[in-house]
Design a protein around this ligand. Structure first.
Ligand SMILES: *Cc1c(COP(=O)(O)O)cnc(C)c1O
Length: 344
């Protein structure tokens, strides 16, 4: 039977090329700085996003939390969107690891309002009651599937520079954002001081993320990575797959975006389904299916019977995510399956 997994792009298997690269990888002890494949990946990744240097970390969550931990001191305040990954999906780690206070702002589809960011920045010295703003975090592409404009990032970065507050970019899907904006990724990352991005997800590496920034920042982060248990030994096996991800899997993300658009458009032709077509910026489709009269659990079940694996409804919305392992033919099969299910 077919198996089409639309739950997330985190389910992607490594490509054959990655498996081959991992098999033959030259490795060493990266805690000693001896792993040539990790060093090659870090140098390649840093150059790609226009930063001085970078370090390999086990996951995106690790990279974000390490960034907070490195930029801030305990009790600092971090300004960020109330719907961002760091707030919603990282188990409250910011309060446990960095010991910071999160100052959340309501966003417009993930975008922070620059004037509001400006108003919220605080300096300890201004008032005995105040914490210091230690960091501003932006997420692009946002995990809601939307891409934040360059203009918005630029405005926030200008304010941050003026007030001398660093900016961290959670760019888990930064290459998806670059494809949507049709720019070089550096055009996005120049508006941040540090950036975290995933080698897994759409790029298909099995494990790993990169945190990039200035030499001084990464030197500090390296020690904190060790503290957090992220000093890995023969990590070159993972870095080998990461290099294939960065060299060969970035440009093709456009196929996932095209598939998402196609799937969204085809679904929107079904009268009882409401697709948020304008919000299909990357590889994610959000839709409502209340009018089909179909209960979410039963729908998940019926799809499963046809080899299509999906997540149940969340906050009234269904989400499908395309990836390397979902073909054009699969998209058509999914649409036909849904038509068949809801017509019954
Ligand atoms: C997936 C994701 C992360 C975390 O990555 P993990 O590797 O799953 O820990 C962080 N931020 C955003 C926006 C993400 O989508």
């Amino acid at each position: 039977m077919k198996r089409i997994d639309l739950r997330s792009d985190t389910i992607t298997q490594p490509t054959q090329k990655m498996r081959d690269a991992m098999y033959t990888a030259v490795v060493g002890d990266d805690v000693y700085g001896d792993d040539p494949t990790v060093l090659e990946l870090e140098a390649y990744a840093a150059k790609l996003v226009g930063k001085e240097t970078a370090i390999f970390v086990p996951s995106g969550t690790f990279g974000n939390q390490l960034a907070l931990f490195t930029h801030c001191k305990r009790g600092d305040e971090v300004i960020l969107g109330d719907d961002c990954h760091i707030v919603v999906h990282e188990v409250g780690a910011a309060s446990v690891i960095a010991g910071v206070q999160l100052r959340t702002l309501v966003t417009d589809k993930g975008a922070l309002n620059p004037e509001e960011v400006n108003r919220r920045i605080r300096k300890e010295a201004e008032d005995i009651h105040y914490p210091s703003t230690g960091l501003i975090c932006i997420e692009n592409a946002h995990s809601n599937g939307c891409v934040i404009s360059i203009e918005n990032m630029n405005k926030i970065y200008e304010i941050a520079k003026e007030k001398e507050v660093p900016v961290h970019l959670d760019g888990a899907r930064i290459f998806n954002a670059a494809i949507h904006l049709n720019v070089n990724v550096e055009e996005i990352t120049k508006y941040c001081d540090s950036v975290n991005f995933c080698l897994s997800k759409g790029l298909c590496a099995p494990i790993g993320s990169i945190l990039a920034g200035s030499e001084k920042f990464i030197e500090k982060a390296k020690k904190k990575r060790k503290l957090m248990g992220g000093g890995l030994r023969q990590a070159g096996f993972l870095a080998a797959a990461g290099l294939v991800a960065l060299k060969e899997m970035r440009e093709r993300l456009i196929e996932d975006h095209d598939h998402a658009k196609l799937l969204g458009e085809e679904l929107s032709k079904i009268p009882s389904i409401k697709v948020y077509l304008d919000d299909i910026h990357i590889n994610m489709i959000f839709f409502e299916m209340n009018e089909t009269g179909y209960d979410s659990d039963k729908f998940v079940d019926e799809m499963g019977k046809r080899g299509i694996i999906i997540n149940p409804i969340e906050d009234g919305l269904m989400r499908f995510v395309t990836n390397y392992w979902v073909s054009t033919e699969d998209v058509h099969y999914v649409v036909e399956s849904i038509k068949e299910i809801i017509s019954k």
